[in-house]
Design a protein around this ligand. Structure first.
Ligand SMILES: [Mg+2]
Length: 267
């Protein structure tokens, strides 16, 4: 009876094969049918950090930002500020504060425009690379229609686009949260979740979200949105430091594609 009912449901699938017509429920009339309907529609969401997780740019981003800052604001020696895991907007605020420059929208836009113009020139001058296992994992999940892949990054949206385009990874990401406005990475995480929800509509499931990143900030921002987090020790933070931030999972890198897929997707 059950198989027969699902056979009927299969014939009633709409062309995109993701929605059953409401009349199916009247025909099937079983809880199992409803459970399968939800399963068909629900999506896994993977939110990737960029620097130290997908790619190592060899310091191109930092060089572009500080180089532009020095040129635009006549700074001989930029102050040392933390970059790792932080948003571009927060880094800019720190630079302005350290040098007594007003953290105004006008100054931010000067720095932002100069940085983006410079970034494309810095990338080829550095010994950067796509990190181990990244391409294989992205290619794998690209074939799975129940997985949505986005970004959760402190990069400017345009900066993310420039970096991913340079490393030929841009086609893998459909949406994201970025560091254009927010100084807190937690707010970027909330923005990424909003973008995922908008992209997926009622197929978004908040209990099927993983954040993948290389810093303690990635772990803490995942907690801010109740997502699970896979930390990878491919950036500047060693495994011991990442372990202390209590990620759900920790790996040296993303190179074991089968294992990472099972971890993130359960299959
Ligand atoms: Mg990172």
């Amino acid at each position: 009876m059950c198989c027969e009912a699902f056979g009927i449901a299969g014939r009633l699938l709409r062309p995109d094969r993701r929605r059953l017509r409401p009349s199916c429920f009247a025909i099937l009339g079983t809880c199992e049918a409803r459970r399968r309907w939800v399963t068909i529609r629900a999506m896994h969401t993977l939110l990737f950090d960029i620097d130290g997780t997908l790619v190592n740019t060899g310091g191109a981003g930092g060089a572009a930002l500080t180089g532009c800052f020095c040129d635009e604001f006549n700074i001989a020696e930029p102050a040392s500020v933390a970059f790792s895991g932080r948003t571009d907007r927060a880094i800019a605020t720190n630079l302005f504060e350290e040098h007594g420059i007003e953290d105004s929208e006008e100054n931010w836009q000067r720095l932002r425009s100069g940085y983006l113009a410079r970034l494309g020139h810095e990338l080829p001058r550095r010994q950067g690379c796509v990190l181990p296992g990244v391409l294989e994992l992205l290619e794998r999940v690209r074939t799975l229609e129940h997985v949505a892949v986005g970004l959760l990054t402190g990069n400017l949206a345009k900066g993310a686009e420039i970096k991913l385009d340079y490393y030929r990874l841009d086609a893998h990401f459909a949406f994201g949260g970025y560091g254009d406005v927010h100084r807190s990475r937690d707010d970027v995480a909330r923005s990424a979740i909003d973008a995922a929800r908008e992209h997926l509509g009622d197929r978004f499931r908040e209990d099927r979200v993983w954040v993948i990143g290389d810093t303690p900030h990635d772990v803490s921002c995942a907690r801010a949105v109740n997502a699970r987090v896979l930390a990878v020790a491919t950036g500047i933070h060693p495994s011991e430091e990442l372990a202390a931030s209590l990620p759900d999972e920790l790996r040296d890198d993303l190179s074991n594609t089968d294992q990472i897929q099972r971890l993130l997707l359960g299959s």
